[in-house]
Write a protein that binds this ligand. Structure first.
Ligand code: HEM
Ligand code: HEM
Length: 290
């Protein structure tokens, strides 16, 4: 089989077998996400053009204002469509984004190294890692403020008064800034962790998911989920530093640089995981004898 060679010299079989993949987003979820992305980019482009003085004559009731309002209707349709097409996915997104456990808190402590491409050794995560939870929660909250301020400017402009309108526009602009910063981070992590396939084909490599979302993969395997792929390669809690399949793509320091403090942290975390795993296995042994 042909192989792909990465910049760090590692190689990977060019085509991974279907069994090596795991379904992350169903088609309906991917359609909803595509609508979210398109409507958002449309609103961002037209909104920035409205803000830009040379194009001011096209705003407020002009072409830009109309296109912005079309984008707004599409943006408003996103949550309704999600609830209608895939209520389970919508509920999971809301619940997971606002629930954090101790592993999440630990993960956030080491987030900088994760951002530099060090996923191996990070505290085990569920379907969403703590960073994704923060991003998605931020999107939900700031979307509410941008929608509310936008609807006020659209339908209640006359009754806001000069100060009220200025304040509403400021909330709208700050929300735009917040969502744009979140998008920048979102795209950065999508690039660093080559995550786009989860929103195009719906699938990710199981060995990568094991590193980034160990608790989620275990959950699917325990439930005997049909989408988790055929092979049972051993749960991540049984892995130690020597056995760990780094999945190549998920352990790739950004810019090809060895970030020394992160490399040291990775070694420490892996050693700690190994000790914890040994203790868990020993405890299980004790439990099975009582
Ligand atoms: C349901 C969602 C939204 C609604 C109803 C809405 C509505 C509006 C309205 C009525 C205006 C006033 C301009 C005009 O009258 O033509 C406006 C301005 C603007 N919108 Fe939105 N909008 C929404 C979402 C967004 C999003 C998601 C962004 C960017 C990420 C955005 C960025 C902007 C910007 C930058 C302005 C210019 C504000 C200013 O002049 O200070 N909007 N929006
Ligand atoms: C424009 C290009 C965009 C790309 C390439 C992109 C990429 C992705 C990818 C790859 C995922 C899946 C990550 C995973 O494996 O869990 C994802 C999920 C998500 N993205 Fe985006 N995204 C984009 C735009 C946006 C925008 C504009 C927003 C919000 C304003 C957004 C909000 C989300 C949310 C909430 C999820 C979780 C979806 C769910 O659980 O159903 N994305 N995105």
């Amino acid at each position: 089989m042909a192989t792909t060679t990465y910049r760090n010299g590692q190689t990977r079989a060019a085509r991974d077998s279907y069994d090596d993949r795991i379904l992350r987003y169903r088609l309906r979820q991917r359609i909803v996400h595509a609508l979210l992305a398109v409507s958002f980019l449309l609103l961002l482009a037209t909104g920035l053009a409205i803000l830009w003085k040379p194009l001011a004559h096209l705003a407020a009731g002009g072409l830009l204002g109309t296109v912005h309002r079309v984008g707004a209707v599409l943006f408003l349709a996103v949550p309704l469509l999600y609830l209608l097409l895939d209520p389970r996915g919508a509920k999971e997104l809301l619940v997971d984004s606002f629930h954090y456990d101790r592993d999440d808190a630990e993960w956030l402590k080491h987030m900088l190294c994760y951002a530099l491409g060090y996923a191996v050794g990070m505290p085990p995560q569920g379907r969403l890692n703590a960073g994704q939870k923060l991003h998605h929660a931020g999107v939900v909250i700031i979307s509410a403020t941008i929608v509310l301020s936008g609807l006020l400017m659209w339908f209640a402009k006359g009754s806001l008064g000069a100060n009220g309108l200025a304040l509403t526009a400021m909330v709208h602009d700050l929300s735009m800034l917040g969502l744009t910063l979140l998008l920048a981070g979102h795209l950065y992590f999508t690039y660093v962790y080559r995550a786009l396939s989860s929103m195009t084909t719906g699938y990710v490599l199981k060995k990568d998911a094991r590193i980034e979302h160990a608790k989620w993969v275990e959950e699917l395997e325990r439930a005997g989920h049909p989408d988790h792929g055929g092979h049972n390669e051993g749960s991540s809690t049984e892995m130690d530093a020597g056995q760990l399949d780094t999945g190549q793509l998920r352990d790739r320091p950004v810019f090809g640089v060895q970030w020394t403090p992160c490399a040291a942290l990775k070694a420490t975390l892996l050693a700690k995981n190994q000790t914890n795993n040994k203790a868990t296995i020993e405890n299980q042994g004790v439990d099975s004898h009582v």
